[in-house]
Design a protein around this ligand. Sequence first.
Ligand code: ZN
Length: 323
Amino acid sequence: MKDIIFLTPVFKQMIWGGSRLGSQFGYDIPGDNTGECWAVSAHPNGDCQVSEGSCKGMTLSQLWQSHPELFGNPGADRFPLLVKIIDARDDLSIQVHPDDAYAKENENGSLGKTECWYILDCEEGATLVAGHNAATRQELEQMIHEGRWDELIRQVPVKKGDFIQIDPGTVHAIRGGMMILETQQSSDITYRVYDYDRLTDGKPRELHVKQSIDVITVPAPSAGESVKSAAELPVNTLNELIACDYYRVWKLTVAGAFSFEQAYPFLIVSVVEGQGRIGDREIKKGDHFILPDGFGEAELTGDMTLIMSSVNQAGTGKDGEER
Ligand code: ZN
């Protein structure tokens, strides 16, 4: 059996970050403004190291280059996904991401960013921002320039266990109080539309109004289509939450024992609740690892909730065809 690839997260201090990645997930966080845990990432802004086994100390990007067979010989130039846990003590900026074509042309060949969120925790009656209310690009521009944020942004009620897909061009913002697990394309390109006039070290963070107006989808698709409840899904079942061009994401709640064949080029696994074992290896909330290609049967025992992801072979398949 091939080794499981366990990774050490990279933490990011953020103006809006909190301390729950320490208190709830048991990580040794760098401070009380820790907003992001880059749990599975080969991105240059946070390249996770392998934490055990024969490849210990290598970064995920090095592993991707030197051992493509672990990832199903994908033929892509970089590890395509990034999994984060976000702890928002305060509201995040209202933002939007470009698609691949816009990012390639305007951001030095970067990937665009499609992302999705599984809500680990939030307050009762919480909302987040997904979409906007402008009917035309001209109206969008006008509302942004006049600062009519309450009219412009679309608030969507959410609860713990909800799942939301955020396509490029979608205006979005995570609100204070939320903890989410984000699965995304491996990209760090964010255009900030509005930052609540906050200051960092006495200065506002940079806004990207022009790029935002370029990439925001007008009119916005209805918000209801993008949010679904994933709180009460059947246990011991691979529940698919989304399949899009870039990834597939599943939720698995293990109750007692459950086994499945690792049938994907690679499978990212995040333990978001509880504890148990994979084979003989103990795993617990806050652990993240990758089951390599050809891993075989994944034998899980215990009581725990896992969020898992892989590339969508129909989208960016083994043939290396670009989409
Ligand atoms: Zn985003």
